[in-house]
Design a protein around this ligand. Structure first.
Ligand code: ATP
Ligand code: MG
Ligand code: MG
Ligand code: MG
Length: 571
């Protein structure tokens, strides 16, 4: 590949709205261009990265005997009526009508369609197990799509669906996918962790997320460095840790108890969900100086996603609480109950202590956070005594790891999710097969997602420096770039660079020859920003000594070696 025939357009500045480094760098490197909020064109360089990720995913899915097909993006609503998710999914599901006023959806995931395929295609136990997958554009009308490819509205996902005769066999399919995911993320070259995850509204006990470790991740992972234990903080087992973490977040507490020099915050998940789709949390704030305590009840509504949150003070924590009306909330807090931020779990625990905490002030007080004072508000007997708060703290103190030990917390980006579904969809949609005794039985299912486009962003969150992206070689748009110094001026340089390029290409290396003849500083800066892991610099001066320079993107020093050796070195 020659740069003069390719499209390279790097930018000095990132768009103001780009909050995370992957969004900034992908835009600056010319890998993505925004079409609308959360909707991007994958530019040539970005597309190469996605293709490389897809290729690894395909190879490992095929190796695990999953079978590729391609389901449509636009799917008939009837299937979603059948599963009940037309009602349940909420505003993240994009609904469309055709010219005959028939309802369709843009698939956010494809359980319904694949279950329809399965019930028509699978007749006998002899055909099982089966695992179908596709790599397809997804659409989720995310509330706040603000992190580039990390949380797009349109994005690329690999989703697989397994079908088995019984639970034991379905567990085997699940394990096979788990293993395939371990291989996939190892091959991509990311630091990751498989963690036990929330089964949310789907229920059941088996679910794991694959989390790429990065400080900017939206998820919190709690793990035991001494044991195998690792779980998403969403799992309610770790609320005590959340309470600990919550303490330093004075910004939020201040917002709800203004004037407080130091506030303590305790959090607790209510023991029982209020309905299947509504969960709640209790949040207590305590002003360390005045010992004034406020208890908030946040009601989280939603199925797969949370999309509506209501607040109320709790009149008496243990007995007979009721929920405030919207008017009451408005009167009490001076704002309408609002959205708490990019919450995406049915487990509300992390809402309290982490990323959404900063948004609590918006939530509770709207734009008037700074002006808000609750002194005067009549809490009456609804205010618990200080030792009641201490009790509350005791309730949440529990050890989430059966093995014991000190737990560590780190942030992660969810790049994959494996899920045991059981007969949730097969039952709702009557997807059966004939067992050995000739009787129909429900298919046992699992579903397995990988965020292809999110992986590209996650890789950057984990691998970058002040100059730009540092791609893991397995998914780099180009593995090697050859930078000739004086392409037009020196025939020797030209010949050597071209020969190196051809030799590498012949050996199957993804190589780019930068024949644009730009100034070295600009040329280097471009490729450092783009993140090509290896650079070979060819110049007259070096060639006089019989050497070229091989520079690894991650290393400070270049190695000076003969052109022939350079080929071997970068292989
Ligand atoms: P999140 O918690 O980040 O909202 P999710 O749990 O809703 O993700 P799943 O339904 O488990 O996502 O989908 C499978 C995979 O698809 C996720 O593990 C993630 O890698 C990817 N994914 C989900 N939502 C998005 C998005 N908005 N943009 C990019 N990738 C996404
Ligand atoms: Mg999730
Ligand atoms: Mg989500
Ligand atoms: Mg998930």
């Amino acid at each position: 590949m020659q740069a003069s025939k390719y499209h390279i357009n790097t930018l000095k500045e990132a768009p103001a709205e780009a909050e995370v480094i992957s969004h900034q760098l992908m835009t600056r490197a010319g890998m993505i261009r925004k079409a609308a909020g959360g909707i991007y064109t994958y530019m040539p360089l970005g597309l190469r990265v996605l293709h490389k990720i897809e290729r690894i995913v395909r190879e490992e899915m095929d190796r695990a005997d999953a079978i590729e097909l391609l389901m449509p993006m636009v799917q008939p609503a009837e299937l979603w009526y059948e599963s009940g998710r037309w009602e349940q999914y909420g505003p993240e599901l994009l609904r469309l009508k055709d010219r005959h006023q028939r309802d369709f959806i843009l698939q956010p995931t494809s359980e319904e369609l694949i279950t329809d395929i399965a019930r028509n295609e699978i007749h006998s136990w002899r055909q099982l197990p089966l695992n179908f997958y596709h790599i397809q554009t997804k659409f989720r009308d995310e509330r706040r799509p603000r992190f580039g490819l990390m949380r797009g509205r349109e994005f690329t996902m690999k989703d697989a669906y397994s079908f088995d005769r019984d639970e034991a066999s379905a567990q085997g399919s699940y394990d096979a996918m788990y293993d395939a995911y371990m291989r996939i993320f190892s091959r991509i070259g990311l630091e990751f962790r498989a963690v036990a995850a929330d089964t949310g509204s789907i229920g059941g006990t088996r679910s794991h997320e694959f989390q790429v470790i990065a400080d900017t991740g939206e998820d919190l992972i709690v793990y035991n460095p001494e044991s195998q234990y690792a779980a998403n903080m969403e799992l309610a087992e770790a609320p005590c840790l959340l309470a600990e973490r919550a303490t330093p977040r004075e910004d939020m507490v201040k917002a709800s108890t203004p004037g407080a020099a130091k506030c303590e915050l305790v959090a607790r998940q209510l023991d029982r969900p209020l309905t299947d789709t509504v969960k709640s949390i209790v949040l207590a704030t305590e002003n360390a100086e005045t010992r004034e305590t406020a208890i908030w009840l946040l009601l989280l509504r939603g199925d797969h996603e949370l999309n509506e949150i209501k607040a109320s003070k709790v009149p008496g924590l243990e007995a007979g609480f009721r929920f405030a009306t919207e008017t009451e909330i408005q009167e009490t807090f001076g704002c309408v109950p609002g959205y708490l931020g990019p919450v995406n779990t049915t487990r509300p625990v992390k809402v309290i202590a982490d990323r959404t905490v900063a948004n609590m002030s918006d939530f509770i007080c709207g734009a008037n956070a700074a002006d808000y004072h609750y002194t005067g508000i009549n809490w009456g007997r609804d205010l618990p005594e200080p030792d009641e708060v201490a009790d509350l703290r005791n309730v949440v103190a529990g050890d989430p790891d059966p093995a014991g030990g000190t737990l560590a917390i780190q942030r992660g980006i969810e790049v994959g999710h494996v899920f045991f579904l059981g007969d949730k969809y097969s039952k709702a949609m009557n997807a059966t097969f004939l067992e050995t005794d000739g009787k129909p039985a429900l298919l046992q299912m699992g579903c397995y997602g990988i965020g292809i486009s999110r992986i590209a962003a996650a890789a950057i969150e984990q691998n970058h420096d002040g100059k730009g992206i540092i791609w893991p070689r397995a998914i780099a748009p180009f593995e090697v770039v050859i930078c000739p110094m004086g392409w037009h001026k020196s025939e020797t340089v030209r010949n050597t660079a071209q020969a190196l390029h051809d030799a590498l290409q012949e050996r199957g290396v993804d190589v780019m020859l930068d024949d644009r003849d730009t100034r070295p500083g600009i040329m280097f800066a471009d490729w450092e920003l783009i993140g090509v892991p290896l650079r070979i610099t060819v110049g007259d001066r070096g060639l006089k000594d019989g050497i070229v320079e091989v520079q690894a993107r991650r290393e400070a020093e270049a190695s000076r070696i003969a052109p022939d050796d350079a080929v071997a070195q970068v292989m």
